[in-house]
Ligand binder design. Structure first.
Ligand code: ZN
Length: 234
């Protein structure tokens, strides 16, 4: 399976920001006047600020997107936007991910990922599905967080909301798709343990999407799609 390395743009921004959320582990290094000096230790707490960029789909990117978009797709490339956004990895560090979404929802998507980063919600990787040949199964197996992919729904009925760039899948390994006996991509987290990257009802991830009016596939009954958020609830 083609599993590219994670984003190389590890934005080790050194500027400390005081806006770190209270939920983040903060190493207490307040020196005691009487005790020994606190030994310094490597910090894994990212201190970089959230950043994002956006651009249209230029010729080079269109060529790269040859596996996720083709003539006949419901949305033209001219109505899609390429985003880069900071995310927190499972290593606790800040990384730069990329995502293609509908231009109409780009502001909302950036706001969601700004909140996820502030909350310290970890994301495994964030690459275009084209890095996995446009193959949703391969992208899910690689635990890839992604949005646009012009494809049918997993059940095969009609265009997926991903075809419109108005749905996002988060950490598919930790948040599988369930339908009857089918579990995709793996049943490792099917019991919904309280573990990093697992989306749970009412948590920071669900709240971030709810703040822009998107709803969660974890609230569906059949299928149950724990990784899936969409603007129209489908
Ligand atoms: Zn989805």
């Amino acid at each position: 399976m083609n599993t590219p390395a994670g984003p190389t743009g590890s934005t080790a921004t050194t500027t400390a920001t005081p806006t770190r959320p209270a939920t983040t582990r903060v190493s207490t290094t307040t020196p005691s006047p009487t005790g020994p000096p606190t030994p310094s230790r490597p910090t894994t707490t990212p201190t970089g600020a959230f950043t994002s960029t956006r651009s249209g789909i230029d010729t080079a990117l269109a060529a790269r997107m040859s596996t996720s978009w083709r003539a006949g797709c419901p949305v033209p490339l001219s109505e899609l936007t390429y985003l880069t956004m900071t995310y927190r990895g499972f290593d606790g560090e800040a990384h730069t991910g990329e995502m293609v979404v509908a231009t109409a929802v780009a502001d909302d998507v950036v706001e969601v990922f700004r909140q996820l980063y502030a909350a310290g919600f970890p994301i495994a990787r964030m690459r275009l599905v084209d890095d996995f040949g446009g193959d949703d199964d391969a992208s899910m197996a690689a635990d890839n967080t992604s949005a646009f992919n012009c494809r049918r729904t997993t059940s095969g009925s009609g265009w997926s909301q991903h075809s419109y760039g108005r749905a996002i899948d988060i950490n598919p390994v930790e948040n599988p798709y369930l339908s009857d006996d089918l579990v995709l991509p793996t049943d490792e987290f099917v019991d919904r343990p309280e573990a990093p990257g697992v989306i749970r009802d009412g948590d920071a991830c669900v709240q971030a999407f709810a703040s822009v009016g998107w709803s969660w596939g974890g609230d569906w009954s059949d299928p149950v799609d724990y990784q899936h958020f969409s603007q129209n609830g489908r």
